[in-house]
Design a protein around this ligand. Structure first.
Ligand code: C2E
Ligand code: CA
Ligand code: CA
Length: 577
């Protein structure tokens, strides 16, 4: 407007001085052009800029504008609050410039008035119409509360709510990431299991079970070495990825035993078992590692003497061997590869053979004679033992029938496995056998070990007592090698107590051991039990054990187990054919 007045003023003066009439309209035209330019262009641009300032001043986002040389040309009110320090602004621009990108969006943490907050930063380069850089624009939006929610949401989705450890999916993710990050670090994959946890829940309630799980998680959290990943995989199954240098197997066993402290006065033995896999290939899938440790845990599930198992080449070989035994068992049984051997039992008074123990032998075509210690425990574990035992019992019954016919008055003791109680109705099996072969049940002795009773005392004891009432003799085998023998003596009225001399050979303190054997013999006598000593290897043993009151001997001193034919030949059991 000022320009307009100025132009009009000049033109009026010129008109007055020069009196040139034509000048006036020309000047009026020029003035009107300038006035329209000003009103059409300059005023809206100014308005525009002011409006932009007003709007940007008012918004909650921080906005900073840099010129092409990095000088700050605009900061709105929020930016002045958050990025009051120009050096910080310059640093942010420099960081962005380093990316060489036209625009960038990323979360950034900034301390505002002493409080750490998270912003979403948007950087954008500004160009003119000819694509020449004219500056850079930066906008910051506060996303602190959203990200806190995001963090707690993530925490919920990654954590086991009961124990606070990683949940299954997150544990595997983190373990794989850790292995990728430091592939050269030697590590173990460890998995734990609480034995019979279902029983704990059933006996004491699931709330009590939860407390045990929380206690175990706390114990695992103590292994707080950098790079250790811990998680709850399912139920009572926990897993851990740990550096080899941070894991001491002996200490780990001791720590697992400490869970018992939690039980306080409650008389229940908690067992935690551990499986350890040494990682040799860090690219191996962590799920595969878990499967391996799970397999190893399953393998020692019922073996309470073993707390820790390594999944290593020896374990794999053992698995292969077990698989071989189990898969070739059925065919071997039907092709008569199993044979009943007899080891004589000698009466201390009679000084001659009074009976025999039936011991199985596997005559394998290629592998020769396989000893029972190599396959009996495996068949027990796989649940096949009852088939083998049924076969040996039938062989024994046949032999007893044969001897009866030939007037040979000897008994046969057969072994009964704990698992047989689960698969067979033992009362029917043995009563049917004596009926079928018309033999006296008193000639059939049934050897059981304490493991038979450990799992289910009352129902198994009832079966045994029915068999006793039917005339069978029950022998307690391997007495003293386990740990609940006195309990058993109380609850089970067996007819025979069988003590293994291995007990004597395993100790340095023979004088003390002999005193213990003497006391056991006396105890058995008080309970009106016959005492059989097995594993007798020397004459000296026979002499002092006879003096102590042992009734029957079995052992290499008299004979190794023999085939039925050898047995009969050796003892000239021609009989009255
Ligand atoms: P067991 O029932 O304790 O059998 C006694 C074992 O001691 C036998 O081993 C026998 O050969 C061995 N032995 C006998 N005298 C001596 C001796 O003087 N010194 C030493 N060091 N050992 C002696 P075997 O035949 O190898 O049987 C091992 C185990 O396998 C048996 O221990 C028994 O638990 C199991 N077993 C054998 N046959 C059968 C069967 O038919 N069924 C079941 N369920 N288990 C069986
Ligand atoms: Ca036996
Ligand atoms: Ca034995």
């Amino acid at each position: 407007m000022l320009c307009c007045f100025f132009a009009l003023f000049i033109s009026s003066v010129a008109f007055l001085i020069f009196g040139e009439q034509y000048l006036f309209p020309i000047l009026c035209g020029v003035v009107s052009i300038i006035a329209s330019m000003i009103s059409l262009h300059v005023v809206p641009a100014e308005l525009n800029a002011r409006m932009k300032i007003l709007v940007t001043e008012d918004i909650s986002n921080a906005v900073v504008c840099f010129d092409k040389d990095g000088k700050i040309v605009f900061k709105n009110a929020k930016a002045r609050e958050i990025l009051s320090d120009d050096a910080l602004c310059a640093q942010k621009l420099a960081d962005f410039n380093e990316t060489n990108r036209a625009s960038l969006t990323r979360p950034e943490g900034i301390v505002v008035f002493g409080e750490g907050r998270i912003f979403n930063a948007v950087y954008r380069r500004l160009f003119d119409k000819r694509f020449r850089l004219i500056g850079t624009f930066l906008a910051l939006t506060d996303i602190t509360s959203e990200s806190e929610e995001l963090v707690s949401e993530r925490f919920r989705s990654e954590t086991d709510p009961l124990t606070g450890l990683f949940n299954r999916a997150h544990f595997f993710r983190e373990a794989q990431r850790e292995l990728r990050n430091e592939p050269n670090e030697p590590r173990y994959f460890v998995c734990t299991n609480i034995r019979n946890f279902k029983l704990v829940n059933a006996l004491f309630g699931s709330e009590f079970g939860d407390l045990i799980l929380m206690t175990q998680a706390r114990m695992l959290k103590k292994a707080n070495y950098p790079g250790t990943i811990r998680g709850r995989i399912s139920g009572d199954r926990f897993a851990m990825l740990i550096k080899k240098k941070d894991f001491n197997p002996e200490l780990a066993i001791k720590n697992t035993e400490r869970i018992q402290d939690f039980m306080g006065d409650i008389r229940y033995k908690l067992h935690i078992s551990l499986a350890v896999y040494e990682i040799t290939d860090p690219t191996e899938n962590v799920y595969a590692m878990y499967d391996k440790t799970s397999l190893a845990l399953r393998d020692i599930k019922d073996d309470y003497s073993q707390t820790l198992v390594f999944y290593d080449s020896a374990f794999m070989e053992k698995l292969v061997h077990e698989k071989w035994i189990v898969s070739s068992f059925e065919a071997a049984l039907s092709s008569s590869q199993f044979e009943m051997y007899l080891q004589p039992q000698v009466g201390s008074k009679q000084g001659k053979v009074v009976g025999a123990e039936a011991l199985v032998r596997w005559n394998h075509q290629e592998r020769g004679k396989i000893p029972p210690s190599e396959f009996v425990p495996i068949l027990e574990k796989s649940g096949h033992i009852y088939k083998l035992d049924s076969f040996i019992w039938e062989e024994a019954a046949k032999k007893l029938a044969d001897w009866k016919k030939r007037g040979i008055d000897l008994y046969i003791a057969v072994n009964i496995s704990a698992k047989d109680f689960y698969y067979l109705d033992l009362y029917s099996v043995f009563t049917n056998l004596v009926e079928k072969y018309e033999i006296s049940p008193s000639k059939f002795k049934l050897e059981i070990t304490e493991t038979v009773i450990m799992n289910n005392v009352s129902s198994h004891a009832a079966v045994l007592s029915r068999l006793q009432n039917a005339g069978f003799q029950i022998e307690m085998d391997d007495f003293g090698s386990g740990y609940s023998s006195l309990n058993l003596l109380c609850n089970l009225h067996t007819n025979v107590l069988k003590i293994d001399m291995a007990f004597l050979s395993q100790t340095e303190n023979t004088i003390r051991a002999k005193k213990i054997i003497l006391s056991i013999i006396k105890l058995a006598k008080v309970l009106k039990m016959t005492v059989v000593i097995e594993g007798v290897e020397t004459e000296e043993q026979v002499l002092y054990l006879s003096e102590m009151g042992a009734d029957i001997f079995q052992g290499y001193f008299f004979s190794r187990p023999l085939s039925a034919l050898e047995f009969e030949e050796r003892y000239s059991l021609g009989g009255e054919k």
